[in-house]
Ligand binder design. Structure first.
Ligand SMILES: NC(=O)C1=CN([C@@H]2O[C@H](COP(=O)(O)OP(=O)(O)OC[C@H]3O[C@@H](n4cnc5c(N)ncnc54)[C@H](OP(=O)(O)O)[C@@H]3O)[C@@H](O)[C@H]2O)C=CC1
Ligand SMILES: N[C@@H](CC=O)C(=O)O
Length: 372
């Protein structure tokens, strides 16, 4: 199957390398026929073009891989490719979170596939697992660590005593971070993944009006205090559904040092779903990086080449109900920690915003409920 790759950065190169390696019969069937680059950039490979129409008008090119990132022009190019009858695979969670319904509907109308395994949790087959679990079970909770950069930063701050900025610079050099790393450290990237995952898990289109916290203001002395109290911290997302209600939150979360999540190293992610008969399922793997993410893209390409189709997307209407995620939270404001019991993450996010007006470095996190 001939494909086109739009964007030749970390992930685009990862995909290209896996296709060049031809390690399996499946990957040997895939050929990068076009690589789309910006106008004015040097064409270092004969398959490179800066003209999208060359790709759209090539009848042999059946599939477009979008790995440019950002909303526009990615959104427009994806729609153009789908309307031209080409399958689309993307790793771009920002554009998927913003336009999932439109992409799925356009793909359905043109009888092609829109796949986005790499958009959530890098190399972990998370979306595939979620859709498979959903064939049998009602999924009522999903949660976990979904950002490799944030995880890498915390892990390096603890294990190597690095400061926040140095750890972030290393994550950028390794190709883990977004073009604007604010998305990683402020929880936006995790929120995009949470929206995509919860929309699929709960059969609804989740909107972004949920609380989002990040690790920008996490300090070494916070980590020391947490460790003295038997806890580690991770940037976590949690989403729950009950009857016709759902809630999502992205919050730095304190967890017992001996828990699985507390021991997730480097750029790894640990994602969890809870199904009605399956119970808890946890998936662990590299959440960022050229080859793990390229692997997820290629797994979608192989599914398309093998003519495997995922189950149709059903759209139920659910109401957002923040009380589903009530819990205990900690706020560091003006160097003092304060604990709030049994509040919604929404209430806590508002309290944090208020604290920020007097202390621009304030920090908040979820803490384990008593007995957890
Ligand atoms: N890095 C990772 O580990 C992961 C990334 N992703 C997602 O994959 C996508 C790509 O990420 P990544 O590879 O890291 O990003 P990079 O910034 O490394 O690569 C993006 C590439 O796309 C090119 N590009 C951007 N806009 C255009 C355009 N308008 N026309 C032509 N080329 C363009 C960029 O060119 P230029 O350099 O000139 O700007 C760059 O070469 C993002 O959506 C990201 O969120 C998903 C999972 C993991
Ligand atoms: N920037 C993201 C890349 C993968 O989704 C991350 O660090 O997880």
């Amino acid at each position: 199957m001939k494909i086109a790759i739009l964007g030749f950065g970390t992930v685009g190169r990862g995909v290209y390398e896996i296709l060049q390696r031809k390690e399996t019969n499946d990957t040997a069937q895939l050929e990068a026929a076009h690589i789309f680059i910006r106008k004015g950039k040097e064409k270092t490979l004969s398959v490179m073009t800066d003209d999208l129409d060359v790709i759209l008008e090539d009848p042999e090119c059946r599939c477009v891989v979008e790995v440019m990132g950002g909303i526009e022009p990615a959104h427009t190019y994806i729609l153009k490719a789908l309307r031209k009858g080409k399958h689309v695979v993307t790793a771009n969670k920002a554009v998927v979170a913003a336009h999932l319904e439109e992409f799925l509907e356009t793909a359905r109308q043109h009888q092609v596939q829109f796949r986005f395994e790499a958009s959530c949790a890098g190399g972990i087959p998370w979306i595939r697992s979620l859709l498979q679990a959903k064939r049998i079970d009602a999924i009522h909770t999903i949660s976990g660590i979904f950002n490799g950069t944030a995880n890498y930063i915390i892990d390096q701050m603890v294990k190597k005593d690095l400061d926040f900025e140095t750890a972030l610079t290393q994550a950028q050099a390794a190709g883990y971070a977004e073009a604007d790393p604010s998305a990683d450290i402020d929880g936006i990237d995790t929120a995009n993944k949470a929206m995509i995952s919860a929309s699929l898990a709960f059969d609804t289109i989740c909107t972004r009006d949920f609380p989002i916290g990040g690790i920008r203001h996490l300090q070494k002395r916070d980590l020391q205090t947490f460790l003295q109290n038997g806890c580690s911290i991770r940037l976590m997302m949690e989403a729950r559904k009950e009857e016709d209600r759902y809630a999502i939150a992205v919050v730095p979360t304190l967890i017992a040092r001996d828990s699985l999540e507390a021991n997730v190293p480097d750029n790894f992610n640990l994602t969890t779903l809870v199904g009605s008969t399956l119970g808890e399922l946890k998936l662990y793997g590299q959440g960022a990086g050229a080859l793990p993410t390229g692997n997820a893209v290629v797994s979608d390409l192989i599914a398309i080449a093998r003519n495997e189709w995922d189950d149709a997307f059903v759209n139920h209407h659910l109401h957002y109900d923040a009380s589903l995620l009530k819990g205990d939270y900690l706020l560091r404001e003006n160097d003092r920690y304060q604990v709030y019991h049994d509040v919604t993450p929404q209430w806590m996010a508002d309290r944090y915003r208020e604290a920020m007006t007097g202390d621009a470095g304030a920090f908040w996190a979820k803490i384990p409920a008593k007995g957890e």
